[in-house]
Every structure is written in C-alpha cells, then in structure tokens.
Design a protein around this ligand. Structure first.
Ligand code: ATP
Length: 198
C-alpha cells in the first residue's frame, strides 16, 4: 500500500516548491487545492450538493456553476461558507484517498495547506511542515500573484501558526534563504524520508 507523506505550511512558505522536488525524485504528488478547484465542476461528486446550497441562481443556463455568484454569497455569509466547506472537504478527502489507492508507487505526497486543521494528517505515514517567517511569505506571494497584502495577512491569521506546525509535524524544513539552499535541504530530507518509510 502506498504510504502518504503530508506536506503543509503557511501561505507562500514553499509547499509547491517542495512538492515539485518530491515529484522530481519520482514520488507522485496529490494536490488538495487542485482537487478543491474541481469541486464546482459538473463532473465532481459533490457538484449537485454544493450548488444546491445556493439555490437555482447558482447554476448558469448551460448547467455549470456561477462561481462569481457563489463567491459573493460565501463572502457575505460565513454560515454559507462553512456549509460549502462541509461539502467540499469530504469530497477532497475521498478523492485524495481514491487517487492514493490507485497509486502503484510505494510513496506519494499529499500537498495540503490545511493538513492539520482539516485532520487529513491522520491518513499520513509522516508529515512535513515548511516553515518561513510571515514577512518573507507575504513578500513572495505579493511578487508571485500581485496579491493584496492585507488580504494575505487575513488569510494567514485563519491558519495555525508555524509554532503549532513545528509541534505537530514529523519533519520540518525552513525556507528563508535562497531557492538553491532550500532545494539542497529538500533533497537531503527526501532521502531521509525514503530511508525511513520505504
Ligand atoms: P501557496 O500557499 O500560495 O500555495 P506555497 O506554500 O505552495 O504557496 P510556493 O508556491 O512553493 O509556496 O512558493 C511561493 C513563491 O515563492 C513561488 O513563486 C516560489 O517560486 C517562490 N519561492 C519559494 N521558495 C523560494 C526561495 N527560497 N527563494 C525565493 N523564492 C522562493
């Protein structure tokens, strides 16, 4: 059975960069955010339940979801946001488990921003937290997406802190220096995890 390595970290800490490194080492990556983005597409198992929360106006004439309408509803009403998350999170988990079961490799990575908050860590053989100071993370996300700084800070506040991640994770890796230094440490960590799990 494939053993799961859960990767987490704050916004802009370097989760995707680390996951890409695992992929380069031949370890497949299952990306929770990418699956969550498919939740509101008609082919997803949770499409009918998720759109039903918002009534008929949430559907376009062609049967696809009106994402702008749903986003506005969720923004205005935290209860609706919770209800939508209550449908999307189980969908993401079941899809991640399905893909993991179909996996033929000994190891696979789960890239999950809210790994500990969501309880998905319970399915992992080990967990890795990417740690990085908030100011550096904000600068990276601002440069990458042109993101609004206040908005990024608010999203960071909704997550657990690096101290908590450090306490909960099996392994930690810091990403506050150059990309080269991070990748060098990532390679050593991947080898270590391989030895311990395979
Ligand atoms: P998010 O939470 O937004 O999904 P993430 O944790 O997956 O982000 P990445 O996308 O890996 O983080 O990194 C954020 C940005 O910072 C990317 O543009 C990435 O190329 C860049 N980056 C990552 N590590 C470094 C580094 N050590 N030095 C410079 N830039 C970096």
């Amino acid at each position: 059975m494939t053993r799961i390595i859960g990767i987490t970290g704050g916004i802009g800490s370097g989760k995707s960069t680390l996951s890409d490194r695992f992929r380069a080492h031949g370890i497949p990556v299952i990306d929770a955010d990418a699956i969550a983005r498919t939740a509101l597409t008609p082919a997803s198992d949770c499409f009918a339940d998720a759109t039903a929360l918002f009534g008929p106006d949430a559907l376009r004439p062609d049967g696809t979801a009106d994402r702008a309408y749903i986003a506005a509803q969720v923004f205005a009403d935290p209860k609706k946001r919770e209800a939508l998350n209550g449908i999307i999170h189980p969908y993401v988990l079941s899809e991640m488990l399905r893909r993991s079961k179909a996996c033929t490799e000994p190891l696979a990575v789960w890239d999950v921003p809210l790994l500990f908050e969501s309880g998905f860590d319970a399915f992992c053989a080990c967990t890795v937290a990417v740690l990085c100071k908030e100011e550096i993370r904000i600068a990276r996300v601002t440069e990458r997406d042109g993101a609004d700084e206040q908005n990024t800070r608010a999203r960071i506040k909704a997550q657990i802190t690096d101290e908590e991640r450090e306490r909960l994770a099996s392994y930690t890796i810091r990403n506050e220096g150059s990309l080269e230094a991070f990748l060098f440490e990532a390679d050593a960590l991947i080898e270590r995890i391989r030895k311990e799990l395979e």
